[in-house]
Design a protein around this ligand. Structure first.
Ligand code: PLP
Length: 454
């Protein structure tokens, strides 16, 4: 309660503005995840590792737009790249192929050799949507399988069992497909099979039973960006999907360039059939990429008879042999310039981010130990989460549900008042702009917050 009154005292303008926002948008937000009790903090400016709200409070930002900003706010390399790109080309958008599409594609392939061919989309959501369509087109099968607790975007086919309550999630080794949103067509419960993460035997059994229907298994190799797949599980999953003629899709929208330049697939040494990327590779702008085995990607290649296909008129019958993929903004030049500039910086500075993350994790763990609270910092590379738990290891969604969320929520509030910004219960993402000062200031805030926990 003290934390709440401190929050209210510090953020009167956010409160006032949120009331106004509610007159414009349902709940005052334009993505449900941005809602916050009692009201969201309205940010005004960003600079490097910092965010400033409309009341003038300063925060070290560990949300980084859900991991998208790996160079922090307003990085000069990206600002310059965007400016010169627009000036050089004299346009924002060609509506034709252009050089950057191929240049960026080669850069991606350099770090992700499994992505032999790529296609651009406008978001991570669109990328997984396209990857799944490619899997259907390639295999001729009509169902997919996903893991309980894994998020792949906000559309019906995958908005199942992302965060199911344990009461209605079904047996541990054969989870029920649980609808996550009003409005999702129950048809998809039949067509999206849910698998138990990090449980190879049970996963293999379900896949074997339904192999004739399942086009692809899609997964976050690191669940929610912080619960890693076990190596043995991952190798087994690769083997069994190959054996059963099921494509394996790594959704690396969170982990791409964040776990290391080569993402989770480099860490695990596993080559998926398809990969989706997003977030970091847009340098702060909306983007997605689907890439993978050449023959799978070629399902989308226009053949010579259908290259005059016009989606608005659907003229050519041959076009139906080709997977439909289009988008006014796909491969947007300004965004690709921002993305390429981001990757160029990361090639030089990724080690710094990984080292800083390790220091922060270690410092936080030590402080919890000092205050006598059992916990774990879980995650790889530049992402981790602070999980208050007695468990030695957390393997999946159900085990995570047993963590002490109410204490973590209280802690997040106290940290917010100390100028540390994460969305409550969210993971921490780091950027090149976090350094010793930010780590030390964060640890000081943690020490203070932990001593106030009740
Ligand atoms: N896949 C994963 C693993 C994600 O983390 C996200 C977003 O958080 C998405 C897909 C959807 O991406 P976007 O928000 O760009 O649509």
């Amino acid at each position: 309660n003290n934390a709440l009154s401190e929050f209210l005292r510090k953020t009167p303008q956010s409160k006032e503005f949120s009331t106004e926002a509610k007159q414009v948008m349902p709940g005052g937000v334009t993505a449900n995840i941005k809602a916050f009790d009692p009201y969201p903090i309205i940010m005004d400016q960003g600079a490097g590792a910092y965010l400033y709200d409309i009341d003038g409070n300063k925060y070290i930002d560990y949300l980084l737009s859900y991991g998208a900003l790996m160079l922090g706010h307003g990085p000069p390399a990206v600002v310059n790249a965007i400016q010169s790109q627009v000036e050089d080309d004299g346009t924002f958008l060609f509506g034709t192929p252009h050089r950057l599409e191929t240049e960026m594609g080669k850069k991606i392939r350099q770090h992700y050799p499994s992505m032999e061919r790529i296609r651009y989309t406008n978001s991570g959501t669109e990328a997984t949507l396209l990857a799944i369509r490619m899997a259907h087109a390639y295999t001729g099968k009509h169902k997919i399988a996903k893991f309980e607790g894994h998020y792949h975007g906000g559309y019906d086919q995958v908005l199942l069992s992302v965060n199911p309550s344990v009461d209605n999630a079904g047996p541990v080794d054969e989870p029920t497909s649980v609808i996550e949103s009003k409005g999702v067509d129950p048809y998809h419960q039949e067509h999206t099979i849910v698998l138990p993460f990090n449980n190879l035997d049970a996963t293999a059994e379900i896949l074997r039973k339904k192999k004739d229907d399942i086009a692809a298994v899609i997964l976050e190799p690191i669940q929610s960006g912080f619960i890693p797949a076990d190596h043995f599980f991952m190798e087994g999953l690769r083997t069994i999907t190959e054996e059963l003629g099921i494509l394996l899709i790594f959704d690396e929208v969170k982990t791409g360039f964040r776990i290391g330049l080569g993402g989770a697939q480099a860490v695990y040494g596993i080559s998926p059939d398809l990969t989706t990327l997003g977030k970091v590779i847009g340098g702060g702008f909306p983007v997605g990429i689907v890439g993978g085995k050449q023959d799978v990607l070629m399902t989308s290649a226009p053949n010579s008879n259908s290259d005059v296909f016009d989606s608005s008129q659907s003229k050519t019958s041959q076009a139906k042999d080709v997977l439909f993929h289009s988008g006014t903004y796909n491969g947007h030049p300004t965004i690709l310039a921002a993305g390429l500039a981001t990757i160029n910086v990361l090639e030089q500075e990724i080690d710094h981010v990984l080292t800083t993350t390790r220091q922060l994790k270690k410092g936080i763990s030590e402080l919890f130990a000092k205050h006598g609270i059992s916990m774990q910092t879980i995650g790889l590379g530049s992402i981790f989460n602070v999980v208050i738990t007695d468990k030695e290891k957390i393997w999946n969604h159900r085990e995570l549900q047993q963590a002490n969320f109410s204490m973590r929520k209280q802690l997040d509030f106290l940290l917010l008042n100390e100028g540390i910004y994460t969305k409550p219960l969210n993971r921490y993402s780091l950027a090149t702009v976090h350094g010793d000062k930010e780590v030390q200031d964060t640890l000081a805030a943690y020490d203070k917050a932990l001593s106030k926990l009740t």
